[in-house]
Design a protein around this ligand. Structure first.
Ligand code: GRF
Length: 203
């Protein structure tokens, strides 16, 4: 049975596009992206979704209380019978209501090796801190910032001549790769969560 994904974004949408490419190429088997949602008008990711004939909706979050907004998003995801929610540059914390609606069914991609450098401008944080390795993390989402159990990570070296842009680009290539891998793993159900540890299983 085709698994239905929902993607939430606030901006550019390159991770969404990488997931869509992986679905099209069969790297994420038996899946489709059923709907893309943005909380921001004018998010380029919405145009990218429409260009691929994927249903795309903007639900403006501005001025709304967190749970009231999340109720609208959850209702839309449920309308589209979404089974797995992928946050892809979605600049909002989720309410407990949202998290409870999709238990262990919400993933996020973050451009650092968590728990280092959560929050905004992680690549800049890594560079300024003087880290020699940076990277990205796909994790389950709870109501805290960049905090749920880690599914996959990829590390990249920080070079002496790196700028925020060059480091971000090196990390982004890995983001696009491991997000699809993590989605495939979770959809196949071949993992277990023990405390904070996510480990692979055979079935
Ligand atoms: C990515 O670096 C992602 O890790 C972070 O926000 C950025 C979104 O980029 N959460 P894009 O919109 O997917 O191109």
């Amino acid at each position: 049975m085709t698994k239905r994904l929902g993607v939430l974004l606030s901006g550019r949408g390159s991770n969404f596009e990488a997931l869509a490419d992986s679905v099209d190429a069969g790297r994420i088997p038996d899946a489709e992206i059923s709907v893309v949602v943005s909380n921001r008008e004018g998010a380029p990711g919405i145009e990218r979704a429409r260009a691929r004939n994927i249903a795309a909706r903007v639900i403006p979050s501005k001025g709304l209380e967190r749970e009231a907004f999340d109720r609208q998003v959850v209702a839309l995801l449920q309308e589209h019978r979404v089974e797995l929610v992928c946050l892809a540059g979605y600049m909002r914390l989720l309410s407990p209501y949202f998290v409870a609606a999709f238990p262990n069914r919400i993933l996020n991609i973050h451009p650092s090796l968590l728990p280092a450098f959560p929050g905004l401008e992680s690549q800049k944080q890594a560079l300024e801190y003087g880290a020699k390795f940076a990277g990205c993390t796909v994790h389950f989402v709870d109501e805290n910032l960049d905090a749920g159990p880690i599914i996959l990570q990829a590390a990249v070296p920080v070079r002496d001549d790196d700028t925020e842009a060059s480091l971000s680009q090196r990390i982004l290539r890995e983001e696009h790769r491991i997000y699809s891998e993590a989605v495939t793993l979770v959809l196949a159900g071949k993992f277990k969560i023990t405390g904070r540890r996510v480990t692979r299983t055979e079935t």
